[in-house]
Design a protein around this ligand. Structure first.
Ligand SMILES: O=c1ccn([C@H]2C[C@H](O)[C@@H](COP(=O)(O)OP(=O)(O)OP(=O)(O)O)O2)c(=O)[nH]1
Ligand SMILES: [Mg+2]
Length: 144
């Protein structure tokens, strides 16, 4: 599937790093390096603008390597890019470590997965279908 994209980042287009990867890495498009302090959150621009087909979304997810090695995550993970959004894709990073983290222009800070979604309408009712689980949740299957 082809998706229209405007790339003002100065970096190559996002790409799949391996043949069957689900996500494409997103790079920071910044003029000055950023120091993300412990527990600081920051909206990092990517210089990318996309036109998703109707019925698709893009999810902005953390990279596990950055999360594991440096505690870098995404506050609103997974971020949602709507099909009707025409603004710049931005990444809401947070530093969950106890040390500063430096981001320079071009660093791969997140990954984007394009996915199909349903658009639903509600059917208001007074009863829902019975199941073995019923209302059990939050670990209830672990109880003896
Ligand atoms: O990580 C993100 C999340 C969102 N967006 C953009 C695309 C999305 O379509 C728009 C709105 O996002 P969302 O619906 O999550 O935010 P909101 O707080 O509900 O804002 P709005 O009232 O504009 O929908 O912001 C990003 O660039 N990055
Ligand atoms: Mg919204």
């Amino acid at each position: 599937m082809e998706i229209k994209i405007i790339n003002t980042s100065g970096h190559p287009l996002p790409q799949y790093e391996t043949a069957h990867a689900a996500g494409m890495d997103l790079r920071a498009a910044i003029t000055e390096e950023i120091i993300l302090k412990p527990l600081q959150r920051l909206l990092v621009p990517t210089g990318l603008f996309i036109e998703l087909p109707i019925g698709f979304e893009a999810q902005i997810r953390p990279r596990s390597g950055l999360a594991y090695k440096h505690g870098i995550s995404i506050v609103n993970s997974p971020g949602t890019i709507d099909a009707d959004y025409r603004g710049e894709i931005k990444v809401l990073l947070v530093n969950l470590s106890d040390t500063d983290f430096k981001i320079v222009n071009g660093d791969r800070i997140a990954q984007m997965v394009v996915a199909k979604h349903e658009t639903v309408s509600w059917q208001p009712v007074t009863e829902l279908g019975e199941t073995a689980r019923g209302e059990g949740g939050y670990g209830h299957t672990g109880k003896v």
